[in-house]
Design a binder for this molecule. Sequence first.
Ligand code: HEC
Length: 107
Amino acid sequence: MSRPLAVLAALAIAGCADAPRALLSGVPNPPPDVEQACALATTKCARCHPIDRVVVSRGIGPGRWQMYVEQMRLKPSSGISLREADTIFHCLRFVEESCTDCKQGGS
Ligand code: HEC
């Protein structure tokens, strides 16, 4: 059976792929609209700090993401529109629902 190896190889490749995958690492089979939303999030949310700041916070739950996205959007010159905030939240909510490895200690 070579399937487990193929899966490992695919994971290894995904692991070294471009930065937009970082938000989605550990998220199985994101649909195309989520991938696009996360690409936007990666661009918009890495303007003032590394995207890692967002990646390491995964697992805090959709409610807190909604708060953070709004808080970041309202910063002067965030360059994030209401519509884009919606899209970014679409990405983060999907990550919260799908990434079991992302859960943080508390709830
Ligand atoms: C206009 C600049 C700017 C943009 C754009 C921005 N951030 Fe931030 N972000 C900051 C600053 C400044 C801090 C640290 C101070 C603070 O928490 O307000 C921060 C901190 C954070 C933190 C850590 C908060 C904490 O309490 O530890 C998270 C999570 C975060 N940002 C997420 C995001 C997300 C998600 C986006 C995209 C929607 C985003 N940021 C876009 C400026 C920005």
